[in-house]
Design a protein around this ligand. Structure first.
Ligand code: SF4
Ligand code: SF4
Length: 382
């Protein structure tokens, strides 16, 4: 296996024609990106039933399946665990996914987002046995699950099911490596102990890593002016022995070009670079108020339709750039045009969906306090 073969095209954050509509995928731009990606010898696409409200699978069908021979690309898809209501749903969702993609087998198939409540759901609906059967029958070449919880739960799942699985997809990046809420290092070690491959999601933690404070940006520039911050994050993951795939969600052509360059000229992370990233991770962790990866799962779950990650993003920015016009964005773009953060009813529905274990209602309260107390919207910008 070469380092180049570790570059996976994550299809959760595809380019959009309307930033407020996750289904409005810019198919023309996506096709162009796919052509460059395939032309350079990369071939792995990661999607799920849920991404872009089902439109990610359809966009892949149009850009990849209908334009390239089946043997030239690989597709990974994921069962919507949280939506299972009966054992028959396993079949129903898989058939729907195959149809949306226009294929008759998956190269990789995952039970999506195993955490404490959804592990129970997957078990009670026999999903592990179901994917084992998919592999035996050839509907999936490799099987596993994507994981968002602590190492204790991972150990429990692997002790029970590692024998039938090939891969675990983990959130792994240099910020989460030793983070006590994510435990990426411990989870990676557990997968290695069980002889399973690790596929990496969120190598940039949904953009948190590449949008740090100016101080951190300057430190990266001083350390190596020729390399992007993203390239360090990718190399951190892909340099790990048991990591066989690193997914990059790319919503712009520039992201794709930068990632292609990283893999085409791949260099294993040096000790000096590792030490530098450890230092940057500490600084970044101190500067991020809410470690939201902007995955958006909570938004679909929230009955009030509060644009939760948008509030957290502005809150984080506001903490690092107090003199900017972020207060204006909060009032004009979010609280006025969308649903105000203080409409949270504390129902807690979002909590099971949060991949980062954030206490969303509590943090939304802090967001409201921060903006409402820090600024009088009609008295002018601070
Ligand atoms: S707790 Fe608040 S943010 Fe979470 S789902 Fe309920 S209303 Fe939405
Ligand atoms: S709050 Fe949690 S679920 Fe919502 S977007 Fe952020 S990380 Fe994802």
């Amino acid at each position: 296996m070469t380092y180049k073969s570790k570059f996976g095209f994550g299809c959760m954050r595809l380019p959009l024609t309307n930033a407020d509509d996750p289904t409005s995928i810019d198919q023309e731009l996506f096709n162009e990106m796919v052509d460059i990606y395939m032309d350079k010898g990369f071939n792995y696409f990661d999607t799920s039933y849920a991404y872009h409200n089902g439109m990610s699978e359809i966009a892949i069908r149009k850009a990849v399946v209908e334009r390239y021979p089946r043997e030239s690309f690989k597709i990974c898809d994921k069962m919507p665990t949280w939506a299972l209501t009966s054992q028959e749903d396993n079949d129903k969702f898989v058939n729907e996914m195959l149809e949306r993609l226009g294929i008759d087998y998956f190269d990789v198939f995952f039970i999506h987002n195993i955490n404490t409540p959804w592990f129970k759901l997957a078990e009670s609906h026999n999903s592990f046995e179901y994917i084992k059967k998919m592999k035996e029958e050839g509907t999936a070449k490799k099987i596993g699950f994507s994981f968002h919880d602590t190492s204790d739960l991972l150990e429990k799942v692997l002790d029970k099911y590692a024998d039938i699985l090939d891969v675990v997809q983990l959130e792994l990046n240099y910020l989460d490596w030793e983070d006590p809420a994510i435990e990426a290092h411990k989870c990676y070690d557990l997968c290695a102990k069980h002889g399973l491959d690790v596929y990496v999601m969120e190598p940039l933690k949904g953009g948190v890593i590449v949008n740090p404070s100016d101080e951190i940006k300057n430190e990266f520039k001083e350390f190596n002016p020729d390399k992007s911050i993203a390239s360090f994050a990718i190399r951190f993951c892909a340099s790990l022995e048991h990591v066989k795939m690193v997914l990059s969600g790319m919503s712009k052509m520039d992201d794709l070009i930068d990632n292609c360059d990283t893999y085409e000229n791949f260099e294993v992370l040096s000790d000096e670079e590792s030490e530098f990233l450890e230092k940057m991770a500490q600084k970044l962790a101190e500067s991020v108020a809410v470690p939201c990866s902007e995955c958006g799962y909570c938004v679909d779950a929230c009955p009030e339709m509060i644009p939760i990650p948008e509030y957290f993003s502005l809150y984080n920015l506001s903490k690092n750039q107090p003199e900017s016009n972020i207060y204006r964005l909060y009032f004009d773009k979010l609280a006025d045009e969308k649903v105000p953060a203080d409409e949270c009813t504390y129902c807690g529905t979002c909590l099971d969906f949060c991949t980062q274990k954030i206490d969303i209602p509590e943090e939304l309260e802090k967001v409201c306090e921060h903006f409402e107390e820090g600024f009088t919207p009609y008295a002018g910008a601070p």
